[in-house]
Design a protein around this ligand. Structure first.
Ligand SMILES: *Cc1c(COP(=O)(O)O)cnc(C)c1O
Length: 367
């Protein structure tokens, strides 16, 4: 089976480095918020081009903590996309704020600035962009739109590790960037992990306080915080894998370039190509097909796994009916949810596997 991810195929040297890192943590006798976390925070901030990074429990918490660190909560509206991992919207709700959903651009599945503009009202405090599938695009326009309306620009970077536009990395454009290090993300731990990257000192201090029960100093609680700390074992793994990230990202980009060049089937439509190579890190390679169900079945019968990101947009989730949205509706997001599917694109894929995926896609519907 050609899988969406295959961590058992990681290079032996990488696994050895990870084992040594785990041993280091066990011998240190210190397991939560220690030297490994500090080292990773410094390294990740440097990669993102921000002054600081704050390690937290996961990507969902990074979003909640980021919003609370900015005093965004009850009565405040945050505009975001319905075509995302539900965690984006859930993070806003968990912070006590109100999500408002804008529609997407059908060619990229990224937020449509015109739809976002229609969602801005007197309660709007921020726009939470999601760099879906690993794409970062049109950032100067978002910075301008937010400045014009006095809104905070925020970035959900859970799918966009190292993606950059004009030399600036995801998470460094807005007030903060929220990262997830869930195992399948481009930079993944061996469990849950996340980080908030930011330049603003007050946001960083608040985030450090919030992740640790709201303690500003030991046993003095200045905020009603949560327990969302990055542990030493995950940070030690991340300290190893961060050194492989560039190589692994380049491998994803090579695979994606082959898909872009070689997939030729009128029934299968690709998303828009990135404007610069670095602006797409291909967390997922997404295609669209009106007959998705059959295509996925066909791939499966040819030994190729595929998944849907995402089949149900946020406004259609049973847990969150009646979410506020663009008065013109969310037609593009709904249509995308019906046709999108992700094909294997990961750092351990061999050239022959890429060829097999291309051949299967090109043969679909022609026999
Ligand atoms: C994975 C993901 C999240 C949530 O991250 P977790 O670490 O799983 O909580 C949030 N937003 C997006 C876009 C994601 O892909």
């Amino acid at each position: 089976m050609i899988q969406m991810n295959d961590f058992r195929a990681d290079p032996r040297v990488l696994i050895d480095e990870e084992l040594a890192a785990c041993e280091r943590v066990l011998h240190s006798g210190w397991f939560v918020l220690g030297e490994e976390v500090k080292r990773f925070e410094a390294a990740w901030a440097a990669r993102c081009g921000t002054a600081n990074a704050v390690g937290v429990g996961n990507g969902l918490d990074a979003i909640e903590i980021g919003l609370r660190a900015l005093d965004i909560g009850p009565g405040d509206e945050v505009i975001t996309t319905p075509m995302t991992a539900f965690a984006t919207v859930l993070g806003i709700i968990r912070a006590g704020a109100t999500p408002v959903l804008a529609d997407i651009d059908p060619d990229t599945a990224l937020l449509d600035p015109n739809s976002v503009a229609r969602c801005i009202g007197s309660k709007t405090k921020a726009v939470l962009l999601v760099h879906m599938y690993g794409q970062i695009r049109g950032m100067s326009r978002w910075v301008e739109l937010c400045n014009q309306h006095g809104l905070h620009l925020l970035e959900d970077c859970a799918q966009s590790h190292l993606a950059s536009e004009g030399g600036r990395v995801a998470g460094s454009f807005g007030m903060w960037g929220a990262y997830s290090f869930y195992p399948t993300k481009n930079l993944g731990a061996v469990g849950d992990g996340g980080a908030l990257v930011a330049n603003d000192e007050r946001i960083v201090q608040n985030a450090r306080t919030l992740r640790n029960y709201g303690q500003a100093t030991r046993y003095e609680h200045t905020m009603l915080g949560m327990n969302s700390r990055l542990d030493e074992m995950q940070a030690a793994i991340l300290n190893v894998r961060i050194n492989w990230l560039k190589r692994f990202t380049q491998r994803r980009q090579v695979i994606a370039q082959r898909y872009q060049a070689e997939i030729r089937n009128p029934q299968i439509r690709l998303l828009a190509q990135p404007l610069e190579l670095e602006s797409h890190v291909y967390h997922l390679f997404v295609v669209r097909c009106a007959d998705r169900e059959h295509l996925m079945q066909y791939l499966k019968s040819n030994g190729i796994e595929s998944l849907i990101h995402y089949p149900i947009p946020a406004h259609m989730q049973p847990a969150s009916p009646g979410l506020l949205r663009d008065p013109n509706g969310l037609m593009n997001a709904e249509h995308h949810a019906k046709e999108c599917m992700s094909i294997p694109c990961h750092h351990n894929m061999a050239d022959e596997e890429v060829t097999a995926v291309v051949q299967a896609l090109n043969a679909f519907g022609r026999t």
